[in-house]
Design a protein around this ligand. Structure first.
Ligand code: NAP
Length: 348
């Protein structure tokens, strides 16, 4: 039976993906560096497991050798993706991850030619960031092929997990980013705000350096891209403050202190079940034409598990695109509509 590796399976999101995979009768091989936790999780779901750190090259190669691809869930990916993707290229195995980090997308995009030579797909961002927004971007580009400007927004992630907080904390003080004339351009944190009509709710959005600043360019070719989210008033204040205190927040002792304060885990099953996510986007061109659309879907971590496994299922069926890929570039704008509980509408 064809199978795949989930590395970082004992993290909050890895464990959720493992649970959903078992419910879908998939048989991934679980892996990670914490022997006790990986073994316990594998026994709970009656799955095979391997224990190794990313530096244990022989064990990493052996685990990839016996599977079709890896779904890499051990983040922050700016610290873990290099060793994993190098192993995938070496062993000619596809690479999936659930990153949202712009630097990771950009680094992996530069491996496009190597991935094509190896006949493998490198597809980072198969979770909440970036599947729904990437599909929305591709949908808008389909409606307005001449688009030069793209804005995307999301709202409603609810409670966030340990790894997401750890990744965000690591990047605090690095400012924001947008894409201008095809180039990723640094901007101050909380650079712009705008009112966004998500349909059921209207909110003030603020720019953040979300993964689509990188990926939507590869999916659509649109050269100017901004991504907005909705933050509680206090968080918005903190983000603006980080413009001035960023240097301090990025220092080693402060980072070490902040990282230690982050609680383990993430939203409970009940919290996830109650959650909902709204997305919105518009695209415009130089002649003043404009298209606008919205998506509604399930809670962010539930969505991450569902989209990651949907893509995993496609690869197991032999459906993949060699090279560096974004989800919508390979599987199309309607990929997100394959997830139960998702709907899309045009804004007239
Ligand atoms: N794109 C999205 O929509 C999305 C959604 C969910 C999560 N994420 C991202 O996914 C990552 C994981 O989030 P989470 O909340 O699941 O994290 P978590 O609960 O903190 O778990 C992190 C996992 O990664 C492992 N890990 C971390 N650093 C490692 C390293 N250097 N070598 C080997 N294993 C390592 C941990 O292993 P140990 O237990 O041994 O430390 C653990 O298994 C974060 O970067 C988060 O931002 C993204």
């Amino acid at each position: 039976m064809k199978t795949f590796l989930i590395y970082g399976a004992n993290g909050y999101t890895g464990e959720l993906i493992t649970r959903f995979a078992a419910e879908q009768n998939l048989k991934p091989v679980l892996a990670g560096r914490n022997a006790g936790k990986i073994e316990a999780l594998a026994r709970q779901h009656d799955l095979d497991f391997r224990v190794f750190s990313l530096e244990e090259t022989g064990k990493l190669d052996a685990a990839l050798e016996e599977t079709e691809f890896v779904l890499h869930c051990a983040g922050p990916f700016s610290l873990t993706s290099k060793l994993m993707v190098e192993a995938c290229l070496r062993n000619q195995r596809h690479y999936l991850d659930i990153t949202g980090e712009i630097t990771v997308f950009e680094t992996l995009a530069r491996l496009d030619a190597k991935a094509k030579d190896a006949g493998i797909m490198i597809m980072p961002g198969v979770g909440f960031d970036v599947v729904p927004s990437d599909c929305l971007a591709k949908y808008l580009k389909g409606k307005l092929p001449s688009a030069t400007d793209l804005s995307l927004a999301f709202y409603g992630m609810g409670k966030i997990s340990h790894g997401t907080q750890a990744t965000m904390t690591m990047n605090v003080g690095r400012g924001g980013a947008v894409r201008r004339n095809g180039e990723i351009t640094p901007v101050p944190a909380a650079y712009k705000t705008r009112e966004i009509d998500f349909g059921e709710v209207q909110k003030t959005g603020v720019t953040i350096p979300w993964g689509d600043v990188s990926t939507a360019f590869y999916s659509t070719g649109i050269p100017n891209i901004e991504v907005y989210t909705v933050l509680p008033r206090a968080n918005l204040k903190m983000l603006k403050l980080s413009r001035y205190l960023g240097w301090l927040l990025a220092t080693k002792p402060v980072q070490s202190y902040l990282q230690k304060q982050i609680p383990a885990g993430g939203p409970s099953d009940e919290e996830r079940a109650k959650g909902k996510t709204y997305l919105w986007g518009d695209a415009s061109d130089e002649s003043g034409n404009k298209v606008e659309a919205r998506l509604q879907t399930v809670e962010g971590y539930t969505l991450t598990a569902l989209t990651a496994l949907r893509i995993a299922g496609k690869i197991l069926d032999g459906n993949f695109c060699a090279g560096f890929q974004t989800p919508a570039k390979c599987y199309g704008a309607d990929l997100i509509l394959e997830i139960e509980g998702t709907s899309r509408e045009d804004v007239k």
